[in-house]
Design a protein around this ligand. Structure first.
Ligand SMILES: NC(=O)c1ccc[n+]([C@@H]2O[C@H](COP(=O)([O-])OP(=O)(O)OC[C@H]3O[C@@H](n4cnc5c(N)ncnc54)[C@H](OP(=O)(O)O)[C@@H]3O)[C@@H](O)[C@H]2O)c1
Length: 230
């Protein structure tokens, strides 16, 4: 039977490539986003559905996750891609800027991880993937991105804590840490950069599919550095 995979940020630059890959590989895909207009290719696909959920809203996220669990009985994977970026060194990062990054990168994942991790522990199987970033792992890359780096590093710590809680079960929480992803937005922001060195959304989608496929079952690795040639 096809595995059921929940994908947030489904309409985003990375999300659209990931939805495409998982539908090609015959998974059942539950997409989540604020709104969607880049997923036309998936509109009438029998294995795809798209839900508009504000993932910063704890109650809405929890209700949505529990409805999906009740409907499908088993959610095999959750690829929690929703998130975003902001510049700012310590001088530029006040409480409001910090909370904004915390909500966008941490809360949008945490409110789904909470019910989904418990569900996967009960089922004895599951893969959750969170999206970190290089500045969360390398201080030299994060020193001028304080809110972004802090909020992404909390996801790494969350994965570590949950993997401890899941020891002995086939439930794994991984973090992918891409460097700059080759997206139209990044090309427009950095027109002089070497685009070829950037990791491609389709390459990340391959790694995510590997994590959700049976092929990765013995792996208990929590952080994947997806830096391409950068
Ligand atoms: N782009 C890069 O170079 C890069 C590098 C490292 C890590 N990352 C991470 O990779 C992930 C995907 O990046 P991307 O470039 O594909 O970003 P993107 O195109 O901006 O996509 C992010 C998606 O998340 C959705 N989202 C944000 N807040 C939400 C909320 N409260 N509820 C529901 N959906 C929400 C957005 O929906 P709306 O647009 O409707 O708000 C958007 O579709 C992010 O976590 C990002 O931090 C990106």
């Amino acid at each position: 039977m096809a595995k059921t995979i929940l994908i947030t940020g489904a309409n985003g630059n990375l999300g659209t490539a990931v939805v495409k890959k998982f539908l090609e590989e015959d998974y059942k895909v539950i997409g989540v986003d604020h709104s969607g207009n880049h997923l036309g290719f998936a509109n009438n696909h029998p294995q795809f559905e798209l839900h508009a959920v504000n993932l910063a809203d704890e109650a809405a996220s929890d209700t949505f996750a529990k409805e999906a669990i009740s409907l499908y009985k088993q959610i095999d994977g959750a690829l929690l891609l929703a998130g975003g970026f902001a510049m700012g060194d310590i001088a530029a990062t006040d409480g409001e800027a910090l909370r904004k990054m915390f909500t966008l990168n941490f809360e949008t994942a945490y409110y789904l991880v909470r019910p989904l991790f418990q569900h996967m522990m009960e089922n004895g199987y599951g893969r959750i993937v969170l999206v970190g970033a290089r500045p969360a792992l390398q201080p030299e890359a994060g020193k001028n991105l304080i809110g972004y780096a802090l909020s992404k590093s909390l996801l790494v710590q969350l994965a570590n804590l949950l993997n401890e809680a899941a020891k002995g079960k086939n439930v794994v929480v991984s973090v992918i840490a891409p460097s700059t992803i080759d997206t139209p937005a990044n090309r427009a922001d950095m027109p002089k950069a070497d685009f070829e060195s950037w990791v491609k959304p389709a390459e990340i989608a391959e790694v995510l599919e590997f994590i959700c496929s049976g092929k990765s079952d013995p792996l208990r690795k929590s952080v994947y550095h997806l830096y391409g040639n950068a």
